[in-house]
Design a protein around this ligand. Structure first.
Ligand SMILES: *Cc1c(COP(=O)(O)O)cnc(C)c1O
Length: 401
């Protein structure tokens, strides 16, 4: 059973029936799942959820998957909020999504999207990926017994490419960026018959990502934080959390107060920031995109207008950070706080610092940064020290003066 009432075009509001295989709307825009919030609100209580174990499936009433047996389980969990201590200004928390299966929050979206694909009888999934989404797809598709094909930019981190292949998907390097890979998936739809699982080109990955918002609300005892910094590529997570908050308000679990939503991008690929600054509703494609933070190297986002809307309505902002800042912040948090962020996560820390300096965030605010993947998936700075106990006075170096 589920509480879905229908699907809706995110631009025009046009309605579509639930329970069918759907990609984008007639207008070519993302479809959003709508729920019968009255029935949903009557069906479940906060206390009931608090008593459940596991991760995102704890919130199954808020998800589109009907049958319990279709829920895919690789040991999802409620990801921890880690306080960055020594910070005198309010509360600064990192929500560490790197603890999820396959080491990134792409697991949330793919767990739900692949479960829905299984429920709808889809047998072959295809996707463009900068690495983490492909890895999550590979794992969950294998779990569900569904074939998966992934196209990655040739310079995708090696560990991701190998992880995708090792977990049972077909993966190919492509000379181009993620939008070029997306075109290949689109073009192959007719010839091969695979289903396109690109970001926001199907309605269910966002439902999985939405659970970040549900978790946050629950972790803060149904009081939302003052600000959220989100490393923004396709923007699924940011749009998803915004949707989660609306649904929680609709069933009366939270009020109308919302966190300021900050969409964070790198100076090397900042289409959303540029559109935000120019006051535009849609973002122009970013040319020659580059950034060490592979997950946010997304030159074109289908949900651009939804990201921009959420950012503006929330009173937040779209912020760009330099590549240098990303590296420095990653090093600072690793060596100063003992927490290894991925570069995308480090970008949110850099943006937070910027926002504090410029007054976008008041001291005393309760702020959440998203670390979206484990830092272990990325190359780390070289370590060159060696130790030979046979050298004369070998231990002298350890004596402090
Ligand atoms: C995919 C990804 C992002 C961007 O997420 P979106 O919701 O698509 O904007 C950020 N960081 C990492 C590590 C990612 O894998």
């Amino acid at each position: 059973m589920n509480f879905v009432s229908h699907l809706e075009c995110s631009l025009t509001g046009e309605r579509y029936p639930a329970g069918q295989v759907l990609g984008v709307s007639e207008a070519g825009k993302p479809l959003l799942v709508r729920y019968d919030t009255e029935r949903l609100g009557e069906a479940v209580q906060k206390a009931e959820i608090a008593g459940r174990r596991g991760g995102l499936w704890r919130y199954w009433e808020f998800l589109p998957v009907s049958r319990t047996r279709n829920r895919l389980d690789l040991g999802e969990l409620v990801t921890p909020l880690i306080r960055l201590e020594n910070d005198p200004s309010g509360e600064l928390w990192v929500k560490d999504e790197g603890r999820l299966p396959t080491g990134s929050f792409k697991a949330r979206g793919l767990a739900v999207a692949v479960a829905m694909a299984a429920e709808l009888g889809i047998t072959h999934l295809a996707m463009p990926s900068n690495g983490n989404a492909g890895a999550a797809l590979a794992a969950y598709a294998t779990r569900a017994g569904i074939k998966a094909t992934v196209f990655c930019p040739a310079d995708t981190p090696e560990v991701n490419l190998r992880e995708i292949a090792y977990q049972g998907a077909d993966v190919y390097r492509v000379d181009g960026l993620i939008n070029d890979c997306g075109r290949i998936v689109g073009a192959g739809k007719e010839a091969v018959g695979w289903f396109d699982l690109s970001t926001l080109r199907e309605p269910y990955r966002i439902e999985g990502k939405k659970t970040m918002g549900l978790e946050l609300a629950e972790q803060f005892d149904w009081q939302l934080p003052d600000a959220i910094f989100y490393p923004t590529g396709g923007g699924t997570g940011l749009i998803g959390m915004w949707k989660a908050f609306a649904e929680l308000e609709a069933i009366g679990w939270i009020g109308s107060k919302r966190p300021k939503m900050f969409a964070v991008q790198s100076e090397g690929c900042a289409p959303i920031v540029r559109a935000y600054l120019e006051g535009k509703e849609f973002a122009d494609p970013w040319e020659d995109a580059y950034t060490i933070a592979a997950g946010i190297r997304v030159p074109v986002a289908l949900g651009d207008f939804l990201i921009l809307r959420a950012v503006r309505e929330s009173g937040g902002a779209a912020l760009e950070v330099s590549e240098t800042d990303i590296g420095e912040c990653q090093a600072e948090v690793a060596s100063g706080h003992g927490l290894l962020l991925c570069p995308e996560g480090a970008a949110t820390y850099a943006a937070y610092r910027q926002a504090r300096l410029s007054g976008l965030i008041d001291g005393g605010s309760r702020v959440v940064l998203f670390n979206c993947a484990t830092g272990l998936k990325y190359p780390l700075p070289e370590m060159t020290a060696t130790f030979d106990p046979e050298t004369p006075n070998a231990y002298a170096r350890f004596l402090s003066d």
